[in-house]
Design a protein around this ligand. Structure first.
Ligand SMILES: NC(=O)c1ccc[n+]([C@@H]2O[C@H](COP(=O)([O-])OP(=O)(O)OC[C@H]3O[C@@H](n4cnc5c(N)ncnc54)[C@H](O)[C@@H]3O)[C@@H](O)[C@H]2O)c1
Length: 353
């Protein structure tokens, strides 16, 4: 099959691309690098079954014939959607409509990455898909939460009125290699701080809870949902709940760091509890997570160690090797993007209809 992945240069998008290629599909990845990074795709530079289209999906485009559409493009971390509020609303609305139109034209299966943020600061715990949520529509997080809620409504409308074969996954906090080290989310903050020997920042008293899903479990759940005929939202996340303090202690144990914990005020609208009810995913998809937090952290550490080394290299200009010589300068994410993959010209793609 030929699959379209929007947000392919992001954390989850790039893992989905790898999984689809591994399953034998051809993949076209689309991204405008708003929050993603071409480093996440550079291992595919010589992969003939992968094409890349540099494009903002809020503008119409035509990727050619596709059988599957994975709509994963959107800033996802509070730091990113805080910095790109309007882009977040636009990709959730116009970007999602453009992806839906592609699915409609090609009679393709469509899967959209929604979020546990649809539940807001929940009054029901754990959160089943039937819970309608408690979202502040004008708070600082609303650009993300309401974009995702609008996208869900739009997708159900395309399903009901246009008969598009849609699926909705409500993703709960997911981590793993390729997570941005500076994205402000709990795991990335703690790992980065612990590995750098900095204090671990706890917001509030650390009694608020989160649940953390390892990326391979997340992708497996989404693949199974795409293969199913379920059109209403399905939670995919790890139901094992940790307080933020417990999570910090796990990170300290796994990294062997001697960092201390420091406490700062809780940000506005920060949810106090978050845990998925995954009964529906278990029943419909036979899915449940397999990787526990400690194992997932161990699998993630090498990525963060490499990111920290690369960040130090950027800060210092060039670092000296063990022999005292300077290594050759490497390309970094902040420099102009390389285009090693087979690249579609967006103007051609847009006019190939
Ligand atoms: N990672 C999580 O824990 C989590 C939780 C809930 C939901 N999600 C959802 O999963 C999806 C992927 O999240 P992620 O963690 O990989 O985030 P990410 O920021 O790493 O990836 C998102 C990608 O989308 C791209 N993008 C954004 N706007 C675009 C546009 N207009 N056109 C083209 N590309 C665009 C970005 O450049 C980036 O590569 C998002 O939809 C997010 O809302 C993620």
């Amino acid at each position: 099959m030929r699959a379209l992945v929007t947000g392919a240069a992001g954390f989850l998008g790039s893992h989905m691309v790898d999984r689809l290629l591994g399953d034998g599909h051809r993949v076209i990845g689309v991204d405008n690098f708003l929050t993603g990074n071409d480093c996440n795709l550079e291992h595919l530079a010589r992969e003939p079954r992968f094409e890349f289209l540099f494009h903002d999906i809020t503008e119409e485009f035509d990727p050619g014939p596709v059988d599957l559409v994975f709509n994963m493009a959107s800033p996802a971390s509070p730091a990113d959607y805080g910095a790109h509020g309007i882009e977040t609303l636009m990709v959730g609305s116009c970007g999602t409509r453009n992806a839906l139109e592609i699915a409609k034209k090609n009679r393709a299966r469509f899967l959209h990455c929604s979020t546990s943020e649809c539940y807001g600061d929940p009054m029901v715990h754990p959160q089943p898909e039937t819970y309608w949520g408690n979202v502040n529509p004008i708070g600082p997080r609303s650009v993300y939460d309401e974009a995702k809620r609008f996208a869900e409504a739009l997708i159900m409308a395309y399903h009901r009125y246009e008969k598009v074969d849609t699926r909705l996954v409500r993703i709960f906090n997911t981590y793993g290699p390729r997570l941005q080290a500076n994205d402000g989310r709990v795991i990335s903050n703690f790992l980065r701080q612990a590995l750098n020997g900095e204090d671990l920042t706890i917001y509030g008293d650390g009694s608020q809870t989160r649940s953390f899903c390892y990326v391979s479990d997340q992708i497996e759940g989404q693949i199974r949902l795409m293969q199913s005929d379920e059109h209403t939202p399905v939670n995919i996340g790890n139901p094992v709940e940790f307080t933020i303090l417990e999570c910090a202690r796990e990170v300290l144990a796994v990294t062997g760091s001697r960092s201390r914990m420091v406490f700062e005020p809780l940000p506005e609208d920060d949810p106090k509890q978050r845990r998925p009810d995954i009964a529906k995913a278990r029943r419909l998809l036979g899915w449940e997570p397999e990787i526990e937090l400690r194992e997932g952290l161990q699998l993630t550490i090498p990525w963060f160690t490499a990111s920290a080394a690369s960040a130090r290299e950027n800060e210092n200009g060039r670092v000296q090797g063990e022999d005292g010589k300077l290594p050759p300068r490497r390309e970094t994410a902040s420099r102009p993007r390389r285009t090693g993959y087979p690249l579609l010209d967006p103007r051609l793609a847009a006019s190939s209809d």
